[in-house]
Design a protein around this ligand. Structure first.
Ligand code: UD1
Ligand code: MG
Length: 452
């Protein structure tokens, strides 16, 4: 939508009491991101697009989340909850700047898409003063009903104020609306509270627009897109919808998934080409998976970058700050945290590698543990390239293991181990030859690579 400026006002002042949680409602996660993050991701951004979020008086964590996601956004506090129109007016200062389009959206509708905002703005460009997002509710109980005549919207009637005939209408208000940004204040300020709840209903803007002789229209969308979250059940339902979307997008992008319905992705997961994800994998926020990588079953990955042709699991846990180089291999029952493993590193079985750097082509034997915590603080383990750490070794940090160093099985290493240049040369040679040999086997005889 080039050329037109916008202000998006996100209403997030609600208590969310039905979530039965100490956490403000809009901070609950779907696909690894807060409800609010999903809404902000869909809202117009870039040049000419400003954002205001209306929050409750004790919602410091919500303000922090806004700052993290959109540092350019303004937050406004609604001190008393006197209705949706009252909430919008909390952002009066931002609205008074007069963007071309004013968009109002609830912070608890995480499935809304950017394309829908564009569709809603289109009628404003053609001269309408107001466009409301509507949907045909399977069960409209509780929603505002849209009273229409042809393609014109006449009014929105809230459930509590609707007649039996009006309650039979299925076309419902999703809660998202676009107003002519220069007339919006004048319209919203006219809204009173003469209704059964005594609240200032934003939905009354429609009738006011008609009284002013201006045009109001409805743009329809699917119920799935405008699901509002009020309970943990609805949160779980939204997760299902979002996961289905993310899995489909991953499949469309060429990710191979044997049982996609068992794979959990985050909204920000990125994939290279020819990635394979086996059944029952959970991926949290901040994960990137490069070309050709394979994630085997029952692996759990959060804030990690996985290099080209790397292999993870089965049963691996990659915690925040893990970075795997090209062809690195993390086997079963291995946990990593704040660890960089360069290309070709192998940690095949039963290990913990935390606060560590491991140089290229190093082999970490089964049961190796980096003892990174001494009861007071965390310390770093640095392991060089082409090293060999024997099984069941404890590396007591802070400690450095040199390039090409050889650690015997069952060692407890409390002092730095120097480089072993000769061994490094030999190990790298073996690695190169091993790699080339395996490659020849696969290439020329079509044989499976030898299992080590
Ligand atoms: C609202 C709409 C209804 C629509 C439905 C869609 C009005 C009057 N009604 O009803 O037509 O079908 O949403 O889900 O707008 N909020 C504030 N401050 C307030 C009041 C509300 O910030 O003083 C925020 C809430 O946190 C929430 C949103 O506004 O995010 C909607 O409020 P809610 O009370 O849920 O309205 P509904 O009764 O669901
Ligand atoms: Mg609601």
């Amino acid at each position: 939508m080039t050329g037109r400026t916008s202000l998006t006002v996100v209403l997030a002042a609600g208590e969310g009491t039905r979530m039965r949680s100490a956490m403000p409602k809009v901070l609950h996660p779907v696909a690894g991101q807060s409800l609010l993050a999903h809404v902000l991701a869909a809202a117009p951004k870039g040049a000419g697009a400003s954002l205001a979020v209306v929050i409750g008086p004790d919602h410091r964590p919500v303000a922090d989340e806004v700052k993290r996601l959109r540092p350019d956004a303004a937050t406004f506090i609604q001190r008393e909850r006197l209705g949706t129109a009252h909430a919008v007016l909390a952002a009066r200062d931002a609205i008074a700047r007069g963007a071309d389009d004013l968009l109002v959206v609830f912070g608890d509708t995480p499935l809304i898409s950017a394309a829908t905002f564009d569709r809603l703005r289109a009628p404003l460009k053609k001269g309408a003063a107001l466009a409301v997002l509507g949907f045909r509710a399977a069960d409209p109980t509780g929603y505002g009903r849209l009273l229409v005549e042809g393609d014109q919207l006449l009014a929105i009637r809230e459930q509590a104020d609707a007649s039996p005939a009006e309650r039979a209408i299925r076309l419902s208000n999703a809660g998202v609306m676009a107003l002519d940004g220069r007339k919006a204040l004048q319209i919203i300020e006219k809204i009173g509270n003469a209704n059964s709840k005594g609240e200032h209903y934003l939905t009354d803007a429609v009738a006011i627009v008609r009284q002013l002789g201006l045009e109001a229209v409805v743009i329809e969308t699917s119920e799935d897109e405008v699901r509002g979250i009020n309970t943990k059940t609805q949160l779980a339902e939204a997760e299902q919808v979002m996961q289905a979307r993310l899995r489909q997008a991953a499949l469309d992008a060429g990710v191979t998934m044997i049982a996609p319905e068992t794979v959990y992705l985050a909204a920000d997961t990125t994939f290279g080409s020819d990635v394979t994800i086996e059944p029952f994998v959970v991926i949290g926020p901040g994960v990137s998976i490069s070309d050709g990588a394979v994630i085997h079953s029952f692996s759990h990955i959060v804030q990690a970058s996985i290099g080209k042709n790397a292999s993870v699991g089965p049963y691996a846990r990659l915690r925040p700050g893990t970075s795997l180089g090209e062809g690195a291999k993390i086997g079963n029952f291995v946990e990593t945290k704040a660890a960089t493993l360069e290309a070709g590193v192998k940690v095949n079985h039963l290990s913990y590698i935390g606060d560590s750097h491991v140089g290229a082509n190093t082999n970490i034997g089964a049961g190796t543990i980096t003892c990174n915590y001494d009861g007071f603080g965390k310390h770093k383990t640095e392991i060089g390239a082409g090293a060999f750490v024997g099984t069941n070794s404890s590396l007591v940090a802070p400690v450095k293991i040199g390039n090409g160093a050889y650690i015997g099985s069952g060692s407890v290493i409390t002092r730095d181990v120097p480089d072993d240049a000769l061994a490094l040369e030999r190990n790298q040679q073996t690695n190169r030859e091993g790699g080339a040999k395996r490659y020849r086997e696969i290439k020329t005889q079509g044989k499976a690579p030898k299992v080590s």
